[in-house]
Design a protein around this ligand. Structure first.
Ligand code: KG4
Ligand code: ZN
Length: 347
């Protein structure tokens, strides 16, 4: 018996709807259809996500995207066995759009619904790649709102090893990019500018690098970038900006790489999964790849297009939870959302 899961993601500024099929026998689920709309252009004028605009746009996009995902898969609504949605964490109003639509669909179709943790979606997303990981592994979750190292022993078995005490890695990219006069979201823009710069030009701090634990801190880095950005403001030459971008990226990446290796040491594991938007960063991938190869550890990533928010990871997480027997979706359509929801509290 196979299970067809329709998943909705609407926690922030991407509306994603996808269809995943889980076959009997425990094989890794397959992605059949995947539709996405990014609101990046809409929020760019404001320099960040405007929650009210995000919610309104999710409402506009969500049903046409569902139709698109189903059409891509050659399936109809009647084929869907389970409807999944992002229950949290994220923007409350934005989450309510996906939750409301998913539960209404479930009720109309008489199918069960399941609310999924957004970070669990990110963390499990490499299972949709050509090179899926095996449990147990260490997960480095690096998104716009979170920076965490987790020990993952199976679906639903997550133990927090360390996390940021202030800004997330994605936030560090975004805020530094803003200081350099780059648009939103800053991560990809800063990475592009960094390609033309000298990463050793500015000695920026590597906060908590030698703290002895697995926590992160990026707020101090932002202050250092601000100080340097002021010095080069108005200079006629572009090179200092590129150098500062490269130095900033190097500082963030070095901390992420060293702490990930430390987490592998602490757990005795030799497998690392990197997920979340910052996982798309090519410098991070190159440096982690080299460092892990040196110690015989494997690194797994989601496919590049599944690094940032999407519906596929939500449908996948629901499918894996049901397959593993850790979730038993109900025909209970009295939904709620959890804007704040620590991943290690996922039951
Ligand atoms: O996981 P995600 O799509 O959304 C959240 O759940 O937060 O992550 C978005 C974050 C943003 O901060 C964005 O700047 C960053 O991921 N990001 C990158 C790159 N692509 C996205 N940061 C550095 N380099 C990239 N190539
Ligand atoms: Zn995300």
């Amino acid at each position: 018996m196979s299970l067809l899961v329709l998943g909705f993601e609407s926690s922030c500024d991407e509306t994603g709807v996808a269809l995943v099929q889980a076959d009997a026998g425990g094989a890794v689920p397959r992605l059949l259809g995947d539709a996405l709309h990014s609101q990046v252009a809409m929020h760019a004028d404001y320099g960040g996500v405007v929650p009210e605009l995000a919610s309104r746009d999710h409402i506009r996009r969500v049903l046409p995207l569902a139709r698109q995902a189903l059409a891509q898969a050659g399936k109809g609504l009647a084929d869907v066995d389970l409807v999944a949605f992002t229950r949290g964490p994220g923007l409350a109003g934005a989450l309510l759009v996906g939750a409301g639509v998913a539960c209404a669909l479930g009720a109309a179709l008489g199918r069960p619904v399941l609310g999924v943790h957004h970070l669990e979606g990110h963390l499990l997303s490499p299972f949709l790649s050509a090179d899926p990981p095996e449990f147990p592994f260490v997960a480095l979750l690096v998104s716009g709102g979170h920076t965490q190292l987790m020990r993952v022993d199976g679906v639903g078995r997550y133990a927090l090893l360390g996390e940021t005490i202030d800004d997330a890695a994605g936030e560090a990219f975004d805020k530094s990019a803003k200081l350099l006069g780059l648009g939103y979201p800053g991560g990809p823009a800063l990475a592009r500018l960094a390609d033309f710069g000298d990463a050793t030009a500015y000695a920026l701090p590597r906060p908590l690098l030698h703290s002895g634990d697995l926590n992160f801190s990026f707020a101090g880095l932002k202050t250092a970038v601000l100080t340097q950005a002021r010095k080069i403001e108005g200079l006629p030459c572009e090179q200092p900006r590129a150098d500062l971008a490269a130095s900033t990226q190097a500082a963030i990446v070095e901390v992420l790489v060293k702490k990930s290796l430390k987490a592998l040491d602490a757990t005795g594991l030799a497998r690392l999964v990197v997920a979340g938007g910052v996982g798309a960063n090519q410098q991070l991938r190159a440096d982690l790849g080299r460092a892990c190869a040196r110690r015989g550890a494997r690194v797994h990533y989601p496919e590049l297009h599944l690094c940032t928010d999407n519906g596929a990871m939500i449908a996948l997480a629901a499918a894996l939870r049901v397959q593993a027997g850790v979730s038993h979706p109900a025909h209970d359509y009295a939904f709620d959302v959890r804007p704040r929801w620590p991943l290690d509290q996922v039951a």
